[in-house]
Design a protein around this ligand. Sequence first.
Ligand code: HC0
Length: 577
Amino acid sequence: VSLWINNQEVTVPANTPNLLEAARATGIEIPSLCYLQDINAAGSCRICLVEVESGGRRSLQASCVYPVQEGLKVFTNTPRVRRARKRMLELLLSEHDLDCVNCIKNRNCELQKLADDLGVRKIRLTGERLNLPIQNKNPFIVRDYNKCIKCRRCEAICKKVQGVNVYSAQKRGFNTVIAPAFMHDLTESDCIACGQCLQYCPTAALAEREYFQDVWDAIEDPQKIVVVQTAPAAQVSIGEMFGMSPGTIVTGKMVSALRRIGFDYVFSTVFAADLTVVEEANELLERLKGNGKLPLISSCSPGWVRYCEKFFPEYVDNLSSCKSPQEMLGALVKTYFAEKNHFDPEKLVVVAVMPCTAKKFEAARPEMVTRGTRDVDYVLTVRELGRMIREAGIKFASLPDNDFDDSLGISTGAGTIFGTTGGVMEAAIRTAFALVEGSEMPGRIDFKDLRGMKGTKEATVQIGGQTLRIAVAHGTRNARRLMERVKAGEKFHFIEIMGCPGGCVGGGGQPISIEQRSRKKSEELRRQRAQALYSIDINKKIRLAHENPAVKELYKQYLDHPLSKKAKEILHVKYKQ
Ligand code: HC0
């Protein structure tokens, strides 16, 4: 289609969805707030106004909902357009809490950035305020309606990407809020705590519940021994908080930063991911012998576990009984590590750095307690750790590399790829095959069929003369599709599901980039982070979880063998729903 933008003739593909995309495809930026390519085109914020000429008259139109047409004349930068956009923005700002300096989104807020981009120096209107109470009772997400601009991105993501459908417009007119039905707290809704909504909220109407001040307090307390663990996906994303490109591997710098912050021990969740692989591969082999339900379904993603409990409760017994690596590591710190070092478990504080908001929910679950003590005390998102590093005045980019502490910091390539979709399955199959056949799967250590960002991936593997059908899904909308097939009677032996698109690399606790405002861009971001995990894996000397020397030592010294009585007590869980 050929059309005229700012008196320049441009040609765009006929399937270009709207004028905004047509302009962006030709290098002309149109500001927007509510628009998310392929996901949300509501035309509600009116920031993307342009002038469209028709019948010799020009009118202001929201470009995100205006179709491209042959010969159309469009103007994106006229005095009228600039005035109108500024006015629309002032209207939004007039009813917004302007407490930018103490806002969690300060310097990362699209509304704030837009006010700067559009040169707003004075808000010439006084709007009314909703003055609604902040909902911060749940352990994972804070909802501040006073900062909501009603762009409805959260609603679109929750419904179209995650298939959960928690949010909708409540009340009417000025009083409209985008909220769970009856304005309930998220814990009283179907929310699975995945945090995808806050990845896309342009302001701080949705943000993680922060715990970093509690962590500072614990570090300052001389009575406490504070142990930190970091998730596999954190090492390839935290650099983004300091201007590095997505997928930069900063494992060593991250460990240095954690030591400078003052943690007493720095362990790796990847060690526990290796341990999970060993326990889960053995669990699979047991279930294949008829001891337990098939398909075995992974349970390390707490968003997925919650989704399963809410939407497929009849499959809760199919979930692996293995605790997630986060919880396994916490439980081991308070038992094995405490006993070995003669530490009082009451004095130990376990902090987990996760790319995930649902991990906060998981740590607070009543089932995640061993011998009367909570396994993990505080979960910080990768963003929160980034803020702590800044607060401590640490120059992240110039930090030297440092290693995790022994032995709960030793890991293999298998645990590393847990952080991306397909990784848990790939790691578990590597081990299950080797346990049964006595050697690595020939030519299949890199299980390419399970990699990549396709919503569902399937394969078959031969183990011990049996052909196993395996499947992987990521993002709960894809999970639903796969589970509907299982419900309809399709036979699978082993299924991996991660709650977030891309798995943990796309978790709700990851750094937020304004670049990820389209499905394509966010997928690219996840791909870069995933690629970095695969490159760590390929460069590791040991790539099979059961060959991790620290895991072997743990069984020898403490747990006896996989699925032993002690392993079941410390590393496994039964969900009570
Ligand atoms: Fe997992 Fe993950 S869920 S892969 O099992 O999200 O290891 O526990 O840390 O990265 O969060 C492991 C656990 C993580 C990642 C997280 C995700």
